[in-house]
Design a protein around this ligand. Structure first.
Ligand SMILES: NC(=O)c1ncn([C@@H]2O[C@H](COP(=O)(O)O)[C@@H](O)[C@H]2O)c1NC=O
Length: 508
């Protein structure tokens, strides 16, 4: 392991915050400091001995600061290997070695957030700073690089621990942090330039790595990247697992549809809702959602669009569940729910729906818009002689949303704003319907008068026939099959209503 003692440092930072103790410590260790204009002034004002970069390069900062460190006397001192060949060249050209580089880049992302003025934004594309970081990181064998304020604490510890002596491992760690900074910085610039245009490259950059206990199964590693704290606050329970996060996302996507509706409750298992209901109170919505499939609800993910009150909390706490998500919890409710230490309680801040969805497959990434299309009564085309009544229209739209969030092929059966059963993830629509009918009956529901939603069209009239025999009176489906008329004819012959949405909602 190659130890290097820091003898000289170049400091060039946009924000001067947090620099004072580091500069003072470097000075105390006898490190020669070199700085660009503003940073020089800041250090000089603190009476910390420092040399101007301009005195080294014999060039002033020019072009409004676009060129200040971009000079062989600076980059030579950073990029030279500490070996006779390179050191000889430094001597020939009178270039001093620079052992430590500290940079805080121009705040490009912040500027994009703050202004629409393109000239201002372009000026905040840091050129010299990013080059300093890349050069120092490339030469991590001999040079220490601090690419942002996030690493100040790490540097401070290095300086305290071994008085400015650094190991190869420490320098390599900082080089990694540097390339993370430069890649994130360039992604932000690329994303600004691409705007809403389709991108010719797929680039993603999420920070805030969170290692999960494991992935989908214990033998798989798992991580999450992103600012989860913007979506919810965890009030109780064990750490969220990979599968919990997948289910929480499915629950949030579903409940986002009912965000501004009357009290709505949903129970999910493995991303599929096994209970969804609307009522006048959160307690009643919970009871109706649970009744949809009380067996599957065991170990489920629960979500409400309405704060949880004491009465609801008392009932919920009788069930073993993994996660309960709600916009808020009454104090009394929280007290009751927190008694079960492991159960996860999330106070949702934002029913967040991403604009795009990504999926890794084969040797690439699939990208698509999120399915944000939501049908209203105005979008429905009645194609049967019998039209659905107002109550049925409400149930049909409710069933349509449930189906949209269930794995295809799916059928949702709804009665009085309650999902009375569903069949999902089936390879045939008929199987999905049969599964739903068996389930509804198993949990004591009378299907007579229920409505049926299908995520995609009916290629044959078999589904409407089976549904009719079970008691279904109205159907919602996208339409678009060349055999639509067969299903419509069946409905007309049996007094059923059918509406078309014209929108397919597959969920693979
Ligand atoms: N142009 C250059 O040669 C250059 N060299 C360093 N910078 C940046 O200038 C800033 C520090 O400037 P000052 O010390 O003048 O406040 C840092 O954010 C640093 O990343 C530069 N500016 C932008 O590219």
């Amino acid at each position: 392991m190659k130890d290097i003692k820091i003898k000289s440092a170049l400091l060039s930072v946009f924000s001067k915050e947090g620099l004072e103790p580091i500069a003072k410590k470097l000075n105390e260790l006898g490190v020669q400091l070199l700085s660009t204009g503003g940073t020089y002034q800041y250090l000089a004002d603190l009476d910390i001995p420092v040399q101007k970069v301009e005195d080294l390069t014999s060039y002033p900062s020019i072009l409004d600061g676009r060129v200040k460190t971009l000079h062989p006397k600076v980059f030579g001192g950073i990029l030279a290997r500490r070996e006779p060949g390179h050191q000889g060249q430094l001597e020939n050209y009178d270039i001093p070695e620079i052992d430590l580089v500290i940079v805080d880049l121009y705040p490009f992302e912040q500027t994009v957030r703050d202004t629409k003025n393109e000239d201002e934004i372009i000026e905040k594309i840091d050129i010299g700073g990013i080059s300093l970081i890349r050069a120092a990181a490339k030469n991590f064998q001999d040079v220490v690089v601090v690419p942002s304020q996030n690493e100040y604490q790490y540097l401070q510890q290095l300086l305290e621990k071994r008085h400015g002596v650094t190991s190869l491992e420490e320098r390599k760690y900082l080089a990694l942090k540097s390339f993370e900074v430069s890649s994130q910085y360039d992604t932000a610039i690329q994303s600004y330039f691409s705007g809403a245009q389709p991108q010719s490259q797929f680039v993603m950059n999420y920070t805030g790595e969170k290692q999960l206990r494991y992935g989908e199964n214990p033998h798989q590693e798992g991580y999450f990247y992103g600012p989860l704290e913007d979506v919810f606050e965890q009030l109780n329970g064990k750490e969220l697992s990979y599968n919990n996060l997948v289910d929480v996302d499915a629950a949030v996507q579903l409940m986002a549809e009912f965000k501004d509706d009357k009290p709505t409750f949903a129970v999910l298992k493995h991303t599929n809702a096994c209970g969804v209901a609307q009522a006048d109170s959160v307690l009643s919505a919970w009871q109706k959602a649970l009744a949809g499939d009380p067996v599957s609800a065991f170990g489920g993910i629960l979500i409400s669009n309405t704060p949880i009150d004491k009465a609801t909390a008392e009932e919920i706490s009788n069930l073993f569940y993994e996660v309960l998500i709600a916009p808020d919890f009454d104090l009394e409710a929280l007290k009751i729910l927190k008694k079960k230490k492991k159960r996860i309680l999330l106070r949702i801040k934002d029913f967040y729906r991403p604009a795009k969805l990504f999926k890794c497959l084969l040797n690439g990434v699939l990208v698509q818009d999120t399915d944000l299309k939501k049908e209203t009564a105005q979008d429905l085309e009645t194609v049967t002689e019998v039209a659905p009544n107002e109550k049925q229209i409400g149930d049909l739209l409710f069933a349509n949303i449930c189906a949209k969030h269930l794995k295809s092929n799916t059928i949702a059966l709804v009665k009085n704003r309650q999902l009375i059963a569903m069949g999902c993830g089936q390879t045939s629509r008929v199987d999905a319907l049969k599964q739903a009918i068996v389930k509804a009956r198993a949990f004591g529901f009378d299907i007579e008068g229920a409505v049926m939603a299908s995520d995609a069209f009916f290629p044959f009239p078999d589904c409407v026939e089976i549904a009719d025999e079970a008691g279904v009176k109205a159907v919602i489906q996208p339409g678009g099959s060349i055999k639509d008329q067969d299903s419509i004819d069946y409905c007309n012959a049996h007094g059923m209503a059918m509406v078309l949405t014209g929108v397919r909602h597959f969920k693979h």
